[in-house]
Each structure stands twice: as C-alpha cells, then as structure tokens.
Design a protein. Structure first.
Lengths: 352, 73
C-alpha cells in the first residue's frame, strides 16, 4: 500500500543554506529576449533563485546547514548515529557523498551513512528511512541532509527548464521523543513515466562521450541542450500531478483519520507557481496555511519543502504543530506526509 | 456546453472567444504554446472535471473534439 505511520519520532531542528549569488530571472537575458523571458517567468513565478558557483556542491550547502544546526542546538556530534544524504547532484559517482560528510562534520566512524538518489519527493522518502531506523532502536540522533544544485543540471538555453531551477541545502535533526505523537506517510512511484524528467546520458546505460556532451537544437522552438543535461516534459508532468497529487493528499488524510482543519500548514514541493496555485485551488487550501518560496528560490527539487519551512515558518512553529507535506516529481515518484512538530528549532537561512 | 467550452478555451489561450470556430485545429491558434497548454489541461480539469492521459489529449485536434469530450461527461 505504501502507507506508513510512526509514533514518537520526529524533526527537532531544521536549518537551510543557499548560495549567496542571486539570479534575477526577469533580467537574466543571456540567451533569450526579455519579452520571451517575461512570458515564462510570469507563468512559473520564479522571480529570483540562487546559483552555486562552480566550486560549490550540494554537499557544501548541506555542510553549512548542518554546522549551523549542530552549533545552534548544541548537539553532541558523538550522538549522531545516522547520516542520510539526499541528492541527485552528488560530489562524485563514488564514493557516496554522505561518507564525505561524516568526515567533514567530524562525526564518529560508528555513524551509519548512505545516500538516497531521488528527486522532488525525496525529503519524504528520507524521513521515512530515518524514522524507521530510529524506531528500530539503537540510534540516538539522525541527520537528514538534503541538497541540490539543479542549476548545474539544466541547460540555460532551453526555455522549458532554463528559468525554473535553483540551488539549496537543508539539515534536519531527527530523534525520538514522546512529544511528536503519530506521523503518517504515503509514498508512490510510477516508472512508466521515467522519460518525463530525465538526464538521458552520463550514467551507465548511455555513458559519457563527446556526443553526449555536445549541445544540440532539440525542438522546433530552438531550445538547446546536451544529452547530459536535464529534460522535462512540462505538460505531461503537470497533467499527472494535478490528477495524482490531490488523490494522494486525500488518501493520506483518510489514512491518518485526522480533521483537515487540525493541519496548521500545507507545505508543497515548489514546482512552479502555476502548478502550486492550481493544486491549492483544487484542494481548497487557505493561502495563509500554504507557504511558498518559488518566487525567491525557484524549484530546488527535494530541498524545496524543508527550505520553505525554514524560510517561511521560522516564527510560526512554537508549541505543537501539525504539518502536511506533499512532494512530486522525477521518477515519477510522489508522496504525502503528515508530521507533528513540537517547538521545532528553525535557524535563519544561511548564505554560502 | 459548447459555449462554456469556447469561453473557457478562449480564457486559457488568452484570445477572443468570437473568433473560435468548431472546425479549427486549436493547436494552430497563435497563442497555443507549451505554456498555454498547461492552462488547457488546467481548464479541462477544473471547469469540466476531466482528467486525461496526455496520449488521449494529444488525439484531440479540433475545437469540435473538445466540445464532444466535455459533452460526453
């Protein structure tokens, strides 16, 4: 069924880091005219986003967020028994970036580390793994690090994706505590739609070559990209999301058996403002309960849900709160979660 | 239903409803693009409760096809 529930485990602290370099989308006219850009940007709602420089990886953003989390919360590094790194922009093909972060964060060698390679739904997947391992016992504290440098993945000469994505990283401390109560997750996947969002080359099915890195005109609109850059079929994804995400949203609420009115905030993956606006309207969500960061950080893939919580809910999470999260994207994979927070520590967004 | 569809189509494509004719191919309208295609899909879902697979949407050619689709539900 892909439905999970957990008791008395949850997020006790959350921090985020973004690159300091701000891209003003309306003025980002390297390859397209400002008139063309305006049509795109008005629709997707990404007014600004952050780009990492060539020396900054997802792991660097997560490292900055994790250092802030550990220092602000005065966490004993020796008690961190699990580190999960979620990303589709790792430092290397091998070793796993999580292992590098174990050393950089000066965690003990007894720490369990591994990477999770998933996109926009991945924060929910990562949490269920951390929650499961904490529930199994023997783990005191877990760090879930989630970072993306999507700016390095997509062609700036492809207007379908060139104005959408931005970079960011988050760190979440997950631990056991009776205060968290019950949390619920629904996770889903549909591999028949694998081609809708994809980097076709550079893996082991179609290995990197001169041909795969060559830029080509790919459609009648003159968009340009290589096979090692990301592709997205926006209409197909949109059509899928507006059908399946509300379905999963309702499935999770039914599974949890809680009143919708008892949910304090609905935090959606920041895909683009058109999709997000449509989902909010279809699900009849009040605007004040649906925080957004698409206008200032763009689509940061799996990072966008926790980044939005840090950026927009920092002053609003005192006491007990119930948050619904909805993630959807590449795979395709999608999921919905409802978690309880209790005086969750939220740090200011750090600039790297 | 025909009038409702034509008005909704005009709104999605940001064009004047009076120039829309049933026999016309809606993808040939000047404002039809990958951006306004999203508005088309949104319109079918929110105005008519129609959820389509893209392969079925792509089979629709004319305004009359759209009218037939919304009339059949």
């Amino acid at each position: 069924m892909g439905l999970l529930s957990f008791n008395n485990v949850g997020i006790s602290g959350l921090t985020a880091a973004v690159p300091r370099h701000v891209i003003n989308n309306y003025e980002y006219d390297l390859y397209f005219s400002r008139e063309e850009i305006k049509d795109v940007v008005d629709k997707i709602g990404v007014k600004e986003r952050r780009f990492a420089d060539e020396n900054t990886c997802s792991s660097d953003l997560c490292f900055a967020a994790a250092e802030k989390l550990i220092n602000d919360m005065n966490i004993d590094r020796q008690e961190i028994d699990l580190l999960i790194f979620i990303s589709q922009t790792p430092d290397y093909r091998m070793p796993a970036t999580s292992v590098l972060l174990q050393e950089r964060l000066q965690l003990p060698t007894s720490t369990i580390t591994f990477d999770i390679n998933l996109g926009c739904s991945a924060f929910l997947y990562g949490l269920t793994v951390a929650y499961s391992m904490l529930t199994a016992g023997g783990i005191r504290k877990a760090l879930v690090l989630d970072g993306e440098t999507r700016s390095k993945v997509y062609s700036l000469k492809d207007r379908k994706t060139g104005f959408l994505f931005g970079d960011g990283g988050v760190a979440a401390l997950v631990e056991r505590d009776d205060q968290f109560g019950t949390s619920w997750f629904s996770l889903n996947s549909d591999g028949s739609r694998e081609s809708l969002i994809k980097i076709p080359a550079g893996g082991y099915r179609r290995m990197s070559s001169c041909e795969t890195v060559a830029e080509k005109v790919v459609d009648e609109y003159g968009n340009i990209r290589s096979e090692e850059q990301g592709y997205m079929n926006g209409a197909d994804v949109f059509n899928f999301v507006i059908r399946e995400v509300p379905r999963d949203f309702n499935r999770l609420i039914e599974f949890a058996g809680v009143e919708r009115d008892s949910i304090d905030y609905f935090v959606f993956h920041q895909a683009n403002s058109y999709i997000n606006g449509f989902l909010a309207k279809k699900l009849k969500l009040p605007e004040e309960k649906t925080p957004a960061t698409i206008h200032k950080y763009g689509n940061t893939s799996s990072v966008s849900i926790p980044l939005t919580i840090v950026s927009e809910l920092k002053e609003k999470l005192q006491g007990k709160k119930r948050i619904l999260m909805s993630g959807f994207g590449v795979g395709l994979t999608w999921g919905t979660a409802m978690i309880g927070l209790h005086d969750c520590y939220i740090g200011e967004v750090v600039e790297v | 239903m025909e009038e409702k569809l034509v008005n909704a189509l005009a709104e999605a494509l940001e064009m004047d409803a009076s120039i829309i004719k049933p026999e016309e191919t809606f993808r040939d309208y000047e404002n039809y693009s990958s951006l306004t295609e999203l508005s088309m899909l949104a319109m079918l879902d929110s105005e008519f409760g129609i959820e389509l697979e893209m392969k079925d949407y792509n089979k629709l050619k004319t305004v009359a096809d759209l009218i037939a689709l919304v009339s059949s539900r």
